[in-house]
Design a protein around this ligand. Sequence first.
Ligand SMILES: Cc1cc2nc3c(=O)[nH]c(=O)nc-3n(C[C@H](O)[C@H](O)[C@H](O)COP(=O)(O)OP(=O)(O)OC[C@H]3O[C@@H](n4cnc5c(N)ncnc54)[C@H](O)[C@@H]3O)c2cc1C
Ligand code: SF4
Length: 480
Amino acid sequence: MGKPTGFMEIPRRDRTEAPVADRVQHFREFAIPLSEGEVREQGARCMDCGIPFCHPACPVNNIIPDWNDLVYRDDWRRALEVLQSTNNFPEFTGRICPAPCEAACTLNLTDEPVTIKTIECAIIDKGWQEGWIRPQIPTHKTGKRVAVVGSGPAGLACAQQLARVGHQVEVFEKNDRIGGLLRYGIPDFKMAKHLIDRRMAQMQAEGVAFHPNSHIGVSTPARLLLETFDAMVLTGGSEDPRDLPIPGRELKGVHFAMDFLTQQNRRGVGDSLPNQAPISAKDKHVIVIGGGDTGSDCIGTSFRQGALAVTQLEIMPQPPEKENKLLTWPNWPYKLRTSSSQAEGASRDWAVATKTFRGENGQVTALQLVRLKWHQNQQGHWKMEEVPNSEFELPADLVLLAMGFVHPVHAGLLEELGVALDGRGNVEADTERYQTSIPKVFAAGDMRRGQSLVVWAIREGRQAAQAVDEFLMGYSDLPR
Ligand SMILES: Cc1cc2nc3c(=O)[nH]c(=O)nc-3n(C[C@H](O)[C@H](O)[C@H](O)COP(=O)(O)OP(=O)(O)OC[C@H]3O[C@@H](n4cnc5c(N)ncnc54)[C@H](O)[C@@H]3O)c2cc1C
Ligand code: SF4
């Protein structure tokens, strides 16, 4: 390490954020980067701990200590090379990854972890700014054709890896734009969409063909792809949302989170939505049901649209403020976290269940709720029971259901292929070969593992590409 005593001398510093009052006026990113000098100083905090637990904790196994050291030594170009050897899209993860690497950082045991995610983002942003990131055009073509169905981070990572070893790769996407949840789920203020467009341009130069508006198994039979391609990779995500079938569910003003978020992301690029009733939080009491990333994105979007108040409800009990690091490290600890959107003024309530959506003239006006008590049974499983006489009501003009996704959509693509599903309804494929029950059909990302994270999707896309390459060629030089 460049500075063996860096961790003792330099306190952790991280990106800051624009003040809430300013940032809720627009939908742009609001993180304020550190200066180059500050990032280098933060790199110097990496302590040469011997066994870098950050490395296996990162799903793409970023070689974190090496790029920390290179950044400290001002060798950004080599830091970029090391970073790109494991991660196709560090500008995505550098913005929206929850950073399990930082929880696993050895320095986190006794102090605060290295600002790994911020350093990752600084390396890649500088790489683009300096023009160092170029298409990696293959020197030879294999003559093999691969169809990738779904253009989220799993499909994009898979397609890029396969194109770089000379296969002809075509990406089919049912939506009108490429990017999956990066495009239409995650709001602009968390990740600007021009970052996807820039990668698409790079991938097109590397030989990838994109086919938006191609709903495989619906507008185009999957059979056609099976007949014309040497391999097919299913990266269609986990898109079936968990519903809340209680009295009043049919009322106007109760929506799935993704319907709300997609509309806003479309408005952001100037789309008119003539065939859809607009869903807006303006001047409304908004209730978000569900405490994860999707719920947070609904909160931030609601504030930017001009909501009167936003309340987020979670069925689970409130987590502890702090973890016991000696018990949890290097694992991802269960503890209270506050997202930047929640910090914009949302009220949060835990251990609450919704019993009824109440309405007037067909429009939701309130939620009837009950408090829950959680306890562990003898097998260690958590069980909940309603607290007697704890019913209460909250006013609501807009309710957003953000309770996760049960599994991929089965109708269309998966049913036509007749692909085997696992016990949770995801496409069955192991993580060695990513092979489904249908010959030459592979699966990766949320469609295979269930709803997860962008960094896991990138990992699976890369590993599936290696498995497909080996299937097509009998060997593969692609890294896993
Ligand atoms: C609102 C929201 C916010 C999130 N925020 C974060 C975050 O901050 N950080 C993080 O790490 N993760 C976050 N996640 C999770 C993350 O976005 C996903 O885990 C990741 O995008 C999964 O990637 P994927 O490529 O497997 O699938 P997706 O991104 O879901 O992409 C699948 C694509 O396949 C297409 N498709 C499906 N079926 C077909 C078909 N038959 N034919 C053609 N195309 C098809 C879909 O239209 C979609 O574009 C969030 C998820 C949501 C919903
Ligand atoms: S991808 Fe996520 S886990 Fe890996 S180094 Fe970046 S922030 Fe950490």
